[in-house]
Design a protein around this ligand. Structure first.
Ligand code: AMP
Ligand code: MG
Length: 379
């Protein structure tokens, strides 16, 4: 077991574990944000036939004057024209045989004939061409492309099943009445949403009390690919996740050189990878972003690295990388950052009021005007 590791080392250790994925077939309607597990070939040429890019007339470019002999609209089979003839045509309609150009409706039937207003069969895609590759995230445009290629189902990677368990005797589900000393449990909801965002299948477990038996029973009762707990990983007498993992699980690391987020742990419980995230809401969120998500789904990064100029000073942390919450904006082409709220690791509002994090190296503060590395949350 290693202790007080850097974030890079923590990721190295985590990456020694792997998840067994299977392939499943889903309908296109269910495909958004899934990860393609096989290359996809087009079943058709796109366009499937020469068609008009404009409303106007299909004509022969060599004719000086023309008479209209009919009309064709999208969805019809192609017609035919001869010398001096034109067919009124709508966007997307097949080019009549004999025509080689389009006159725009606004130019009148004897106007300029444009050969480049014909969309040629196969100019976008050829039948058999691979345009979507295994490992790719199915964005909205990728979903449209799969449909264009004739696929109504797509092969995707199975979504890892991740159980999220909050621990703590003080935690009450939002919506119930709070008694003295109690707080609303929030971490599991945010963590489940983060898991959704990176394409996993979150399973929300009820809150587990701070006892060895309670926690052991909960961990033994679940069947999943990954376990995420929140709370109970510090040095306190009631930090039972750490105790149970030390005594009965397999621990790979405990404590990471980061603030917020100091005491996370990683190991396995009966062979299932387990992340013990800290209970402080901001800490649990940031440890997930920095260590859990890059391992679970490198294809769907939650943030991007940018350089920002600080408009407020921020304090770093001794011996730890420091992630202060910042609001990044683009001012005349330059990224600048401000701090807006209280920065405590218990203040989840700071993660909403801001849209990024400083990534200060250990023992480094930032003054007004300093250019520093920052992490900008993806929408
Ligand atoms: P712990 O890591 O269990 O010592 O908790 C650290 C702090 O985070 C305490 O103030 C807890 O009340 C709070 N906390 C722990 N778990 C949660 C949770 N699931 N939701 C909201 N706050 C929590
Ligand atoms: Mg606790």
């Amino acid at each position: 077991m290693e202790t007080f590791v850097t974030i890079e080392r923590a990721l190295e250790i985590v990456c020694q574990s792997s998840i067994q994925y299977t392939t499943e077939s889903v309908s296109l309607g269910q495909g958004y944000n899934r990860i393609l597990s096989k290359d996809l070939q087009s079943k058709v040429d796109d366009p499937a036939f020469d068609n008009s890019a404009m409303d106007g007339w299909a004509v022969r470019s060599e004719d000086a004057t023309r008479v209209e002999i009919g009309m064709t609209t999208a969805g019809e089979a192609p017609s035919e024209i001869g010398e001096g003839e034109a067919i009124r045509i709508m966007t997307g309609a097949p080019i009549p045989k004999g025509a080689n150009a389009i006159v725009m409706v606004e130019d009148g039937i004897n106007g300029k004939a444009h050969t480049n207003f014909i969309r040629k069969r196969g100019e976008n895609l050829r039948q058999g061409e691979t345009t979507l590759t295994s490992g790719q995230v199915m964005t909205p445009a990728a979903i449209s492309l799969a449909a264009t290629m004739g696929h109504n189902t797509i092969p995707v990677r199975s979504r890892p099943k991740v159980v999220v368990i909050s621990t703590g005797d003080e935690l009450i589900s939002p919506g119930s009445e709070l008694k003295e000393g109690q707080i609303y449990e929030s971490n599991s909801y945010g963590l489940c949403a983060l898991l959704e965002k990176i394409g996993c299948k979150p399973i929300h477990h009820e809150v587990v009390e701070d006892t060895m038996d309670g926690l052991r029973n909960a961990l033994n009762s679940i069947d999943c690919d990954v376990i995420i707990t929140s709370g109970g990983v510090s040095m306190g007498d009631h930090d039972y996740v750490r105790k149970l993992m030390e005594e009965e699980g397999t621990l790979h690391f405990w404590k990471v050189a980061m603030r917020p987020g100091g005491p996370p742990l990683f190991g396995t419980w009966n062979g299932t990878p387990l992340f013990g995230l800290p209970g402080n809401p901001v800490s649990s969120h940031i440890v997930f972003q920095m260590i859990v998500a890059p391992w679970l789904s490198p294809e769907t990064p939650l943030m991007k690295t940018v350089q920002v100029e600080m408009l407020d000073p921020v304090k770093g942390a001794p011996k730890k990388a420091c992630f202060r919450r910042i609001k990044i904006t683009d001012e005349n082409g330059k990224l600048v950052a401000r701090t807006l709220t209280h920065q405590g690791s218990g203040n989840i509002h700071s993660m909403v009021a801001h849209n990024g994090l400083t990534h200060l190296p250990p023992d480094t503060d930032a003054k007004i005007g300093d250019r520093i590395e920052a992490l900008w949350f993806n929408d």
